[in-house]
Design a protein around this ligand. Structure first.
Ligand code: SAM
Length: 325
């Protein structure tokens, strides 16, 4: 299944970004009901609402030792090991499971990079960047949510809401944290703005981080967040070059002999600059401590109290059989 977004990829701009105006495609995962049916025999699947989580066989001391071996690679590892809540995190099977795999090391550095961005946005908005009091923090396209889980500790007074189209993941760790929630949502769906607005109800400040979004998910988030009054600030760290946006970016990067990811970042930055309102703060941030080459964030902090643009974001259409991922 593929979704399209109401923006167009065309030529290159003076900055080397791909000029966006038209339709992009991106393969969206099947709805969770279909995926759940496909994985019926997978006993490890346990939703946020309950279900039996697979037991974690890796002891806390082993997890700590595995992270300690890599402290030279990123200061974020030492930071995690020094957290006053590390024992609480690793004592709980449901949370420790997320840190037992080698892949999770990279995710730790991504989580801290996202947390740095969230604190920066909260500071810029006059919010509580120490404990997150009154804030709602969305982790958009969260996956299982290593980042969101760590954010729930780093900002213990914030409400952290994971948002992902995949509701069939093992999310039992969500229940382990009082300030963490999961929202199953297709970012391209017509109802997405209303769902996000409801999830943020009562918050004094609303920010979002989106780690490693593929294809058209990044422009979708940027246009939604800039055009509608859903968020006060957001950052988006794009990932794979999927769909027609990816095709355009790859072609432009070949013509310019530039790294495709740099062209993608420039393209999304140009989109954010175009979509943001006058006075909004738009920027590109590189986090060198992230153990991933895809470590660039495009971010917008809205000018508080600014009138929202009148334009609304039309729902994206589904286009079965389309997509070029
Ligand atoms: C590359 S993963 C990134 C996961 C996580 N943020 C990370 O960095 O590990 C992209 C995520 O986007 C989710 N996703 C894909 N299409 C989506 C959509 N239309 N709406 C919401 N989430 C979507 C996928 O289920 C997946 O978890």
């Amino acid at each position: 299944m593929a979704s399209t977004c109401d923006v167009v990829a065309a030529s290159e701009t003076a900055s080397g970004a791909v000029a966006l105006a038209g339709r992009w495609t991106y393969n969206v995962p099947a709805p969770s009901s279909e995926r759940a049916a496909r994985h019926e025999s997978d006993r490890s699947a346990a939703s946020a609402a309950g279900g039996e989580a697979r037991r974690c066989t890796v002891p806390a001391a082993t997890v700590i030792e595995r992270i300690r071996r890599h402290v030279d690679e990123s200061p974020y590892y030492a930071r995690l090991l020094g957290e006053p809540w590390i024992d609480e995190l690793l004592a709980d099977d449901r949370m420790r499971r997320l840190f037992g795999r080698s892949k999770s090391r990279k995710e730790i550095t991504e989580a801290y990079a996202a947390a740095e961005q969230v604190r920066r946005m909260l500071r810029a908005l006059g919010g509580d960047s120490e404990r997150g009091r009154g804030a709602v923090v969305f982790d958009v396209c969260s996956g299982r949510g290593v980042g969101a889980l760590l954010l729930s500790f780093l900002l213990p007074e914030a409400r952290v809401v994971m948002v992902d189209v995949d509701g069939a993941m093992d999310l039992s760790h969500v229940q382990a944290r009082p300030n963490l929630a999961f929202c199953e949502l297709d970012l391209f769906s017509e109802g997405a703005p209303a769902v996000l607005r409801a999830a943020a109800a009562g918050a004094s400040v609303r920010v979002a981080t989106a780690m490693h979004l593929c294809g058209a998910l990044s422009p979708r988030l940027i246009t939604l967040a800039c055009r509608l009054d859903l968020l006060d600030a957001f950052v988006c760290c794009p990932c794979c070059l999927k769909g027609s946006l990816g095709t355009e970016v790859k072609a432009a990067s070949r013509r310019q002999s530039r790294d495709p990811h740099a062209v993608l970042l420039d393209t999304l930055l140009a989109l954010a600059q175009r979509e943001a309102a006058d006075g909004d703060d738009v920027g590109l941030f590189i986090d060198a401590h992230m153990c991933s080459p895809k470590n660039g964030f495009v971010g917008v902090v809205k000018r508080r109290g600014a009138a929202q643009p009148a334009e609304s974001c039309e729902p994206c259409e589904d286009e079965p059989g389309g997509g070029a991922a």
